[in-house]
Structures are given as C-alpha cells and as structure tokens.
Design a protein around this ligand. Structure first.
Ligand code: ZN
Length: 340
C-alpha cells in the first residue's frame, strides 16, 4: 500500500542540455547524443531506485520536450512553418510547428529508449506520452480544421506507439493532459474519447496526468488568479472516473485543490502529487506524509500512489534528487504509520 512513482520528466544533466530550461537544445549530437541520453536515463533510474521509488521512469531523457519529442517523428507536420501560439487557453506562448497533411507515425518514437530502460531495471517501469488534447494545444493546424478530429488522428498514432512500448514490457503508460485543466468543458465531449482511442487494446496499466503545469513563471502567475479553491478538476472528474483509464495523476502538494475532489475518483488509482515542482525547497518526509495523509480521507490506501505534482524537468538536478528522496521517505513514513 502507498506505492511511489514520479509524474514523468526529470532534469537533464548539464552535459546533455542546458539545465533549468524547457525546450533546451541538446549539447551532444548523433551517436554521442544517444549515448548521453542513455547515461542520463540510467543515472535517474538508479537515483529513483535508491530513493525508494517503486515505479520508475526514464525521466524523459530521450526527448527535448514532452510534446515535441513525439511530434518530431510524425509525418504531416511542417517544422519549417513555425508559429507563435498561445497555449493552454492562451496562458503562455510557445513556438509550434504546423500540421499540413494527414499525420502518420514514421516509425517507432520511444521504442529504443523504452527497451534500453526495460533491460536495466527490475522495478516496474512507466513511460509517458503526450495526450491527444494536449498535442492539439501545442501545434498549429492547417489541415484538419477541427481539434476533436485532429485529436483522434493523433490518438491513433499514440495507440500504435503505446502498443509497441507495452510489448517491450513497460508496466504503466501515462498520457499527459495538462490541457484538460485549460479546456475543462471539452474533456467529457471529446477529450476522453481521444484518450480511449489512445489506450485501445492495451492490457498494461494506463494513466492520465492532469496538472496545473510545470513550475514556470507563467503557470505560477496563472495559479495566482484561480482563487482560494481550485475546482477545475471537479468539472471533469466524474467523466474521468467513468472512463477506462486506470490511474489519474494530479497535483496536491502546496496546491489549492480541495482534497475532496479525490472523492470523485472512487474507481481509480490516484497518483497523489505530494511534491511541489514549483518550489526549490525540498520537502521533508513529514510534509510529504502529511499531504498523503490528507488524501487518505478520500482515497483508500490501496489506491494511493505517491507522486510528484508534475514533471521536474525545469528544476536544478540536486533539488530534484532531494525531492525524490523526500517522496520515497515520506511514503515509507506513512506506510509505517498504517502498519504496512
Ligand atoms: Zn504536469
């Protein structure tokens, strides 16, 4: 009971890419880049194992960004046609490529990375993919003319990729959907249908991660406008609870999300975010345990997986390492308290 995992991304080592920066360009290329990505993933797997994390991740060391890392291997996207687009309901600007014809997966995107990690850890292994709605919110469209239609096209490609990764022995495939929190009303209408298309036929555990974004200044400023109680999750959790997704990952640490919303996920495993990724302060194990304890009021311990609020990619490496240790230790503290 009270197992542990991470939301997904972890910082790139300074020798691989510029630290504390999203979309940081690689500092290596060709065969050296592949070797560097592997070394970085291996280092993070070891760090997670040592910290007592049960379900480990590659830390997304094989991709520059969680959405564009996937899109780079997809045909039908013109990278010469870059646009500045307000993303997550215009919360911040991103430079994005344009869909100019029907999208097609050129081949395996993350297979080699997933295989490498699978062969090097006996722990359960989780792999993350961008969710279809979030992809559509991080790319310009000059072909489909409708977000739901484009989302279904991408969901089909994600499904091909997910099936391949599952066959390599990955235990959990998670789709990252921060856009769910920006377009709450669209989630029950087409967001979940697209996720269902993405998980079609999978037998491994499936998860969806919905957060209030990386700890970057635009997100922090947005959160300041959301008031004392963040009830965004409430609008679509009933639909999500009725979905075929096994696990829901959400933000709980230092967040104004009322814990009572977890009560809406009675049929799901809940990845309770107990590490604040917007703060450089490393939590104490006691603080992690207290966040998890608060979730216990609404979720049985068997369904709680202690997690980080979001990816830790933009954090300094030593801070992320400290937070992983705190997560493992905090969950252990609570397990002991519960007699497990
Ligand atoms: Zn997140």
């Amino acid at each position: 009971m009270i197992t542990t995992t991470v939301a997904g991304s972890l910082p790139k080592p300074a020798w691989l890419a510029e630290p504390e920066k999203l979309w940081a360009p690689w500092r290596l290329e060709g065969a050296e880049l592949i070797e560097g990505q592997r070394d970085a993933a291996l280092a993070w797997i070891k760090t997670q194992e040592d910290a007592g994390i049960d379900i480990v991740s590659d830390g997304e060391q094989f991709r520059k960004h969680f959405v564009h890392g996937f899109l780079e291997q997809i045909d039908g996207i013109d990278w010469g046609r870059m646009t500045t687009m307000g993303i997550r309901d215009d919360r911040y600007d991103a430079r994005v490529p344009t869909v100019t014809s029907a999208v097609r997966r050129r081949g395996s995107v993350h297979g080699a990375g997933a295989k490498f990690c699978r062969e090097r850890t006996g722990h359960q292994l989780k792999f993350t993919l961008p969710g279809p709605m979030t992809i559509c919110d991080t790319i310009a469209d000059a072909h489909y003319g409708s977000r739901p239609e484009m989302a279904m096209a991408f969901a089909g490609l994600l499904n091909q990729e997910a099936r391949e990764i599952e066959a390599l022995g990955i235990d959990v495939i998670q789709f990252d959907e921060p856009a769910f929190n920006a377009f709450m009303d669209q989630v029950p209408i087409w967001g979940i249908d697209a996720l269902h298309r993405a998980i079609d036929g999978l037998t491994c555990k499936t998860a969806v991660h919905i957060c209030y974004g990386y700890g970057i200044k635009e997100n922090i400023a947005w959160k300041a406008t959301l008031g004392d109680e963040w009830r965004q999750y409430e609008e679509f959790f009933p639909a999500l609870n009725a979905s075929r997704i096994d696990q829901v990952s959400l933000e709980c640490a230092d967040s104004k999300v009322p814990m009572s919303v977890l009560g809406l996920l009675g049929d799901k495993e809940v990845l309770v975010g107990a590490i604040d990724v917007a703060s450089l302060t490393v939590e104490t194990p006691e603080k992690v345990a207290s966040t998890l304890r608060a979730a216990l009021e609404f979720v049985d311990p068997e369904r709680i997986i202690a997690c980080t609020n979001c990816g830790m990619a933009p954090l300094p490496r030593h801070v992320a390492e400290g937070k992983l240790k705190a997560l493992g230790a905090g969950a252990a503290l609570l397990r002991k308290e519960l007699g497990g």
